[in-house]
Every structure is written in structure tokens, then in C-alpha cells.
Design a protein. Sequence first.
Length: 177
Amino acid sequence: MVINTGFHIFLLLMMIIGSIIAIFSKKLISSLVSLGTVGMLLSIYFLILSAPDIAITQLVVEILALIILLSAITGRDVTADMTSSKVYALFFIFIFLISIFTFVSSFYFIFPEFGNSNMRVGEKYLYLAPTKLKVANVVTAIVLDFRGYDTIGEATVIFTAIIGVMVLLRKKGKKDE
């Protein structure tokens, strides 16, 4: 996938800006929205790096984390003061629309013509797995050998999500026996 370096830098800068806003925001809901934006941009970045399985996992974990955190802070003040933040809201909506348009328009030139095969990498894996690795189960060979880094990434994201849920759902202190 050929995406120019400027788009990589743009996504990374947007993630850094979103992280800074999340850290220094005075309202929890603004911080949560900025954190969600960073997670969604990270999912788009995984897609650009040709790791759609990690992008889907990141997206699911991000949505679940946002729902859990939003429900955790609902009892607090979650009202937004729109009088001072209309300019910022319009600015971020404009940036979001520009980035979505750039993202969608860049994929128009990447996809093959209608009817042509898009399985160049898959054909290589299927051809090399039995001969190079000398295994009978091609799917396991692809998951563990050719796509090992993706598998480790998925396992790390899922493990982190499980630990986060355990931390959120733990009871405060231990019961006396």
C-alpha cells in the first residue's frame, strides 16, 4: 500500500495533539472524547500499515473502553460549555472531514480494477507454506510464522483489555475471612 509520508506525519501529529488535549483538558468528557479520537486515528494508522486484524481489534477495544469510561463518569459533571468551544468544535469537525476525505480518496487509487484479483500476498503464502515451512496446516503456518507480529499484537491488545476490565471491576479491598 503506497501512502505518502505526509499522511503518516499528519496522522501522528493528530494523535499527539489529541493526547495533549486529553491530558490538559479540565472536563472529563472532553478528555474522553480526545482519547477516543486518538484511538480511532490509531486504528486508521493500523489499516494504513496493512494490519487490518489489529485495526479491528483496536477499534473494538477502543469502543468498549469509551463506553465503560463514559458510564464510569456519568455521575459527575459531563455537561459541556459550548459557548467557548464552538470554534474548537468547528475546527476539529473540519479537520476530521478533511482527513476522512483524504483517507477515502487515497484508497480509490489503491484498489485494483473491478474483476481483477486482489490476492497477490495470499497466493504467495499458500504457495510457500507447504514448501518452505514443510507443514501440513497452512492456516497455522500463516498465523504463527508469516503473520507472527500481527498475532503478537492482537494478543497484546486483548490481554491489555482483559487487564483493564479486571482493574475496573475489582472490589475495593479484600474481605476479611
